[in-house]
Design a protein around this ligand. Structure first.
Ligand code: XIL
Length: 678
């Protein structure tokens, strides 16, 4: 059966041979962001193309409906919602590679929610990873499910499958694909964040995907602290009562030990990601505020903390004991969670008491978001003050700092830190990210240059602020490693966000330079975008000024016009140019260019020329000074990237418009000499 499935699978790997997945990308392939497709199931050949049911349901090729072409796959005879079509991808997916999986789904009749998932087994134990969550599907049309998946562990069984949430109605799938963009090597010639920001540990939240291959290299180069993003939450550690599992957390903890990374434990008590059994009474009913239910709930809480906190002991030096307990809209400021509704404030008291008993040396935190919002900040302050007065062992307050490119102001963030100083507790930034979006209605196919620039200034200003308050701030953690894996891709709405220091291909963004060396942020990329430079609300204002020691220097205001002028030098001359279209949508595109000095003489000042042959027009350009006259484009260096030592390189990026076609320019000249095109 298995051999047959494998055989059939081979026939569906139409777009790229399996071998392509296992070969290391060549230098050119590494520069090429074109996705490589590793499987396609289009059901155009009259077969089920290797798909099989998860149980006894029936799979058949059909021409009743089709998304593309004339065929699709029909799934009938389902007796449970979890039943559906599945495909063996054990020999297709490589550990550590991020795949984009896409499937089209349509109900035969009625409606339901469809999900795209992966089942994997290690040592006979199954785990289920959701790739795309519940998505409404009807019989009226095809609905696309697209999500990203990275296999992070060794497995002996790996299948992609589609299921529904509630009904056993028949459905169809069609045009299933999986592809990946080859990873680029990490940049080893840039400063490590942890070497630049030395006042406190700097961390990233991690999942299994962040500790393998290139991601693991990026993580250990830049960060000296980690927070398991989901692996220590209640649903991951105690999915059923008194059955504790550390399958998700153990590999992350082992990685942290091997690489000597501090670990923040997140989180012992939360209203989310907590299984419903926790709040179900002995009578099988949802708990209410009775003495009996309260006693049972607090007993469960104590048992959970003794086990989970006790399991890793001193390996975890800081715990978010309770998470998001404040609701500033309540007059008492306390979130009406199941915890609170059943146990009142005693759940918080119990959690800290037990955590302290189990871990006398750990720092115990109360963690929350929007602590920069005065109403929330003040309610949180009041709660901590009250609990501390009672003797509840709270050591620190965690500021999540989920912010965006235009909110909040630096002054509000400074007030957030100042507020808690009188309490005499530590403060940590626990989940920082800076969304490129300023409202839920925005959605960009690729991050616009002006937002990335604003973001760089936010990171610059926020890190300067944290460093200024290093006496209070004892750790800063970002909620993710790189833009290829961020919770903001699906929260609060589904759209691509880019909130971290490294881009989807793990390369340093301007945001990174904002943290590491703000003088390398280009404050006015070209005249055409000068109006899009950071708004006053995110720049360093005099009222919230940073101390000189944190080096937000005026040198960042040097304009591109102060460029290094070309000067003659000895040695051979030579250049190579890589021109990439990194994103494209109807009418618009984003690109970047890398110039490398392949000669033996340094280049002091450069000017790069090319011709556009299809009417393309650059509208914004950063890290260079643009002149476009008709089809002729000239980009000169800025003040900080004019000198190219032998083997040295400079890069700039741009946004442009196109119609019809968007061919890559055929030739480039640097200071008048023709370059090799890579
Ligand atoms: C998020 C995770 O990153 C997601 O993978 C998960 O689906 C939802 O939770 N505040 C918190 C974190 O305290 O635990 C949340 O993490 C993000 C918001």
């Amino acid at each position: 059966m298995r051999a047959l499935a494998r055989l059939a699978l081979a026939t569906v790997l139409v777009a790229a041979p399996i071998a392509a997945v296992t070969l290391a990308p060549t230098a050119n392939a590494a520069e090429d962001p074109t996705p490589i497709t590793v499987l396609t199931s289009n059901f155009e050949d009259g077969t089920v193309q290797g798909w099989a049911g998860r149980s006894a349901e029936t799979l058949a090729h059909t021409t009743t409906v089709a998304h593309g072409g004339t065929g699709s796959l029909a799934v009938t005879g389902r007796t449970a919602a979890w039943q559906g079509p599945s495909l063996d991808v054990l020999d297709v997916f490589e550990k550590g590679t991020a795949y984009t999986i896409s499937a089209w789904v349509r109900m035969a009749s009625g409606s339901d929610n469809a999900r795209l998932s992966v089942e994997r087994r290690t040592g006979g134990t199954a785990a289920y990873d959701q790739v795309v969550g519940n998505t409404a599907v009807t019989a009226n049309g095809w609905v696309n499910l697209t999500g990203r998946y990275t296999l992070a562990s060794d497995v002996e069984f790996l299948r992609v499958y589609v299921e529904t949430a509630s009904t056993t109605e028949s459905f169809y799938i069609d045009d299933v694909t999986a592809s990946y963009v080859p990873a680029l090597p990490i940049q080893t010639d840039i400063p490590s964040v942890q070497d630049v920001v030395t006042e406190f540990p700097v961390g990233a939240s991690i999942t299994g995907a962040e500790i393998v291959t290139t991601h693991g290299e990026l993580l250990t180069k830049h960060f000296n602290s980690v927070t398991p993003g989901n692996a220590l939450k209640w649903d991951a550690t105690e999915p059923t009562e008194n059955t504790f599992t550390y399958a998700q957390a153990d590999p992350l903890m082992a990685f942290a030990r091997t690489h000597d990374l501090a670990v923040r434990g997140h989180t012992l008590v939360w209203h989310n990601q907590t299984p419903s059994w926790v709040f179900t009474g002995a009578d099988g009913q949802p708990m209410t505020a009775t003495a009996e239910d309260k006693e049972l709930l607090l007993a469960r809480l104590e048992n959970h903390i003794r086990n989970v906190a006790g399991h890793y002991g001193d390996q975890i030096g800081v715990w978010d004991v309770v998470n998001e307990v404040i609701d500033e809209n309540q007059s008492d400021g306390l979130r009406r969670s199941n915890w609170f509704n059943v146990a009142g404030l005693d759940y918080i008291r119990t959690a800290f008491r037990v955590a302290r008993e189990v871990l006398p040396n750990a720092k115990l935190y109360i963690n929350d978001y929007n602590t920069n919002v005065p109403a929330k900040r003040d309610k949180l302050y009041n709660l901590i003050a009250q609990l501390k007065a009672e003797g509840v062992p709270i050591d620190g307050v965690g500021h999540q700092v989920h912010i965006n490119v235009s909110w909040p102001t630096l002054a509000e963030s400074e007030a957030m830190i100042q507020k808690f100083i009188p309490l005499g507790i530590d403060q940590q930034v626990t989940e920082m990210d800076v969304s490129i979006y300023t409202s839920n209605s925005e959605s960009f196919p690729t991050p616009p240059a002006d937002r990335l620039l604003k973001q760089a200034y936010v990171y610059r200003d926020m890190f300067a602020l944290f460093r200024k308050y290093a006496a209070e701030i004892t750790s800063v953690t970002l909620w993710g490693l790189a833009d290829d894996n961020t919770w903001l891709d699906t929260f609060p709405v589904t759209r691509k966000d880019a909130p971290l220091l490294f881009d989807t291909r793990l390369q340093a963004k301007s945001a990174y330079w904002g943290v590491v060396d703000p003088s390398k942020i280009n404050p006015s990329p070209s005249p055409s975008v000068s109006s899009a430079s950071p708004s006053p609300s995110v720049s360093v204002s005099p009222s919230a000024s940073v101390s000189p020691s944190v080096s937000v220097s005026p040198s960042v205001s040097v304009s591109p016009s102060a460029s290094v002028s070309p000067s003659p030098s000895s040695g051979t001359a030579g250049c190579a140019v890589t021109y990439r279209v990194t994103g494209s949508w109807p009418g618009g595109f984003q690109g970047d260019v890398k110039i490398t000095n392949t000669g033996t003489a340094p280049i002091a000042g450069w000017s790069l020329n090319w011709q556009y042959t299809a009417g393309q027009k650059i509208s914004q350009l950063w890290n260079g000074a643009l002149t476009q006259s008709g089809t002729a484009v000239t980009v000169a260096n800025t003040s900080w990237n004019g000198t190219l030592s032998p083997n040295g390189s400079a890069s700039f990026g741009f946004l442009g418009s196109w119609t019809g076609t968007n061919p890559v320019p055929a030739a480039f000249t640097l200071n008048g000499a023709t370059c090799t095109t890579l």
